[in-house]
Design a protein around this ligand. Structure first.
Ligand SMILES: Nc1ncnc2c1ncn2[C@@H]1O[C@H](COP(=O)(O)OP(=O)(O)OP(=O)(O)O)[C@@H](O)[C@H]1O
Length: 258
């Protein structure tokens, strides 16, 4: 049984010029958790995710992902360890249909090459059939029931968010990082997403989610961390974190005491 955490940061720091976007953050995300990262606007939440998957390089401190030291790793190296990511702004490739959008996410596990695809070699045809079949399974898993040939960008916002998750899952990750997955969703869609996270966790995945929807964090996260001005304010059980007076103060300032 693996005992290394999904993510461990030690004194992690990122400066943009004079701004400390992430400031001395030491955090452990246990495997198998649904880990919520919350905090006011500009707290450093997205930057933290960007540091973990190598989109931005740290200014100081150390990062371990799935048992490997990744402090200086590039995004593709972190991806190869089994890390996938969705973004605050949906990033679907224009012109691709629903199934192709998911297949596009399989690059980490597909062994076929672009040349093989062009030549349509027998091995490539088999790999492609497998990729399409897996894409359809994943669309089912995320509960996206739309015609497979429908253009991805024609889906509703909530559907596109699900499609993004299916695409991220297509790389068969062990750790999925989600940046504000319910942004723009209504209450019903948000709750459905929460249920999806629970289902994904049951498959053995670790999920880390930056989220402004406190109800969702309280209901579905197993653990939470609160960032404020780049620093870790507290971490622990989600309800305890969200009800802590220091966290209320960070969110609402003096109004919390009024
Ligand atoms: N590439 C960058 N260059 C300069 N400053 C940046 C960059 N990325 C983020 N920042 C700054 O770092 C701080 C933290 O930003 P970040 O996006 O991580 O916060 P956040 O907690 O995710 O905010 P929000 O909840 O509003 O998305 C902000 O002050 C932001 O303006």
């Amino acid at each position: 049984m693996t005992t290394t955490p999904a993510i461990r940061t030690i004194g992690l720091a990122k400066q943009f010029g004079g701004l400390r976007a992430v400031d001395d953050v030491s955090l452990t995300v246990p495997r198998g958790s649904i880990y919520g990262i919350v905090g006011p606007n500009g707290a450093g939440k997205t930057t933290f995710l960007n540091l973990v998957n190598g989109i931005v390089r740290r200014s100081g401190g150390e990062i371990e992902v799935l048992g490997s030291r990744t402090s200086t790793s590039a995004t593709h190296q972190v991806a190869r360890l089994g890390v996938a990511r969705t973004f605050q702004t949906i990033k679907l490739i224009p012109g691709l249909d629903v199934v192709e959008s998911v297949v596009a996410g399989r690059y980490r596990v597909r062994r076929d090459t672009a040349l093989a695809a062009v030549l349509a070699m027998p091995g490539e045809r088999k790999a492609r059939r497998e990729s399409v079949a897996r894409a359809q399974e994943l669309l089912d898993l995320v509960g996206l029931r739309v015609p497979p040939r429908r253009l991805a960008t024609s889906l509703s916002y909530g559907e596109q968010r699900r499609l993004e998750i299916a695409r991220a899952l297509a790389s068969e990750p062990s750790l999925l990082l989600l940046d504000e997955p319910t942004a723009g969703m209504n209450a019903q869609e948000s709750a459905a997403l929460g249920e999806l996270l629970v289902t994904l966790r049951e498959t053995g995945l670790t999920l880390v989610m930056v989220e402004h929807n406190m109800g969702l964090v309280r209901t579905y996260c197993t653990d939470a961390a609160v960032l404020n001005s780049g620093a870790l304010l507290m971490s622990g059980e989600p309800g305890e974190c969200l009800d802590d007076p220091r966290v209320q103060e960070a969110y609402f300032g003096r109004r919390a005491n009024a």
